[in-house]
Design a protein around this ligand. Structure first.
Ligand code: ATP
Ligand code: MG
Length: 350
């Protein structure tokens, strides 16, 4: 994080069910919400984190910009899913220049894609090992194709992407500004959206494990759609608002799929616990639209036996009730974890 108050960016989260824009203003004491909007995307605009219908994304961004009178052009955005590879690697002690010139070569052995097809980035980590001669570095590789697709829609909408982040790290940024750092404790940030679950396990402010899984709220909606022979949008309404005579059946579907999502989440957490010496996870912080489902939070807590709390991305952020509808903010809050994290980014951040 830069210490100087550098120029703020527009946080732009292009999710598969909706686009979110969010701007924060830095104040003497912290942050204030300056601008915010959510625009739904038609079903299957983005599939498996891949943009299938670019004009629909461009239209949604444009609509948000004009409806919210957004003037900021420089954008922080993020990607997630299987085109993003994040690995903690251990390197011999090197200067920043040495890392920069070696990282491509080092990365080659950890990245399952052709090294020429990915953009590589890295960040030094606080060392966890006792070995004085080595250092931990977080390696991030994102497929160029994917980056290019996101950059293209943002440019097409008249904006300039300046920072390209990863959803899991944006959620961590959002968490850090809103909650006290719990030294020594291991926490899991679990962001459950429509198409992807982003898991980020954090220890002393460092990300120690991340995993994205292609499962999310769409699976519940699609199951309801199939069972009742309704459109996706109708199924979405049934999922969120329930329906008199179909209530029990919908609840059963939500229950079963929540169980499946909880199991997938548990598998990732178990993998981390089995392969890491850092210690047990003391708390799960849930974000993403699915965190609004009380059944899901409950199921995850029961399944993995770790306390689950739904994150409030605006916990430490000042919101003027004169400017924003507080009920609406409370309602959509859980969807905004990534967008808040992105809006915290500044030009020139690493
Ligand atoms: N009240 C609710 N109860 C249950 N599910 C909900 C509720 N509100 C929203 N959702 C679900 O949350 C999901 C959208 O969440 P979110 O906005 O975090 O996803 P996204 O960012 O668009 O998608 P991605 O997975 O690509 O990141 C949808 O599947 C939606 O049905
Ligand atoms: Mg999302």
């Amino acid at each position: 994080m830069l210490l100087s108050r550098s120029k703020s960016l527009l946080g732009l989260d292009i999710g598969s069910s909706s686009v979110k824009v969010l701007e924060l203003k830095e104040t003497k004491t912290g942050y204030q919400l300056a601008n915010f909007g959510v625009e739904p995307l038609p079903h299957e605009t983005i599939v498996d984190s891949t943009i299938m219908n670019a004009p629909a994304v461009v239209a949604a961004i444009r609509k948000l910009i004009s409806a919210n009178q957004i003037k900021t052009k420089d954008v922080a955005t993020s990607v997630s899913g299987h085109s993003v590879i994040i690995r903690k690697i251990t390197l011999p002690l090197m200067t920043d220049e040495e890392i920069a010139s070696n990282i491509q070569w080092e990365a080659e052995q950890y990245i399952p894609f052709d090294i020429n097809e990915v953009n590589i980035d890295y960040q030094r980590l606080e060392s966890t090992s006792d070995d004085q001669g080595s250092q931990d570095v977080l390696l991030v590789a994102v497929k160029k194709d994917m980056v290019n697709d996101y950059v293209a829609v943002i440019n097409e909408a008249g904006l300039t992407p300046v920072v390209m982040d990863v959803d899991a790290f944006s959620v961590q940024n959002m968490y850090e500004v809103n909650y006290e750092l719990q030294r020594g404790k291991v926490i899991a940030l679990v962001n459950i959206g429509a198409g992807v679950i982003n898991i980020n396990i954090v220890h002393n402010g460092n990300s120690v494990f991340t995993r994205d899984m292609s499962i999310g709220g769409n699976h519940l909606t699609e199951e309801i759609q199939k069972r009742f022979g309704v459109s996706f949008d109708e199924a979405e309404q049934l999922k969120i608002n329930g329906s008199g005579d179909r209530k029990a059946e919908i609840e059963e579907i939500v229950e079963n799929l929540s169980q499946a999502i909880a199991l997938e989440t548990q598998r990732s957490l178990d993998f981390f616990i089995a392969t890491s010496s850092i210690g047990h996870i003391s708390q799960v912080y849930l974000s993403g639209g699915c965190a609004k489902s009380p059944r899901l939070a409950e199921t995850i807590q029961k399944q993995i036996g770790i306390p689950v709390e739904v994150v409030n991305p605006f916990n430490n952020i000042e919101i003027s009730p004169n400017k924003f509808d507080m009920d609406y903010i409370r309602d959509v809050g859980p969807l905004c974890g990534v967008a808040v994290g992105l809006a915290l980014r500044r030009v020139g951040d690493k």
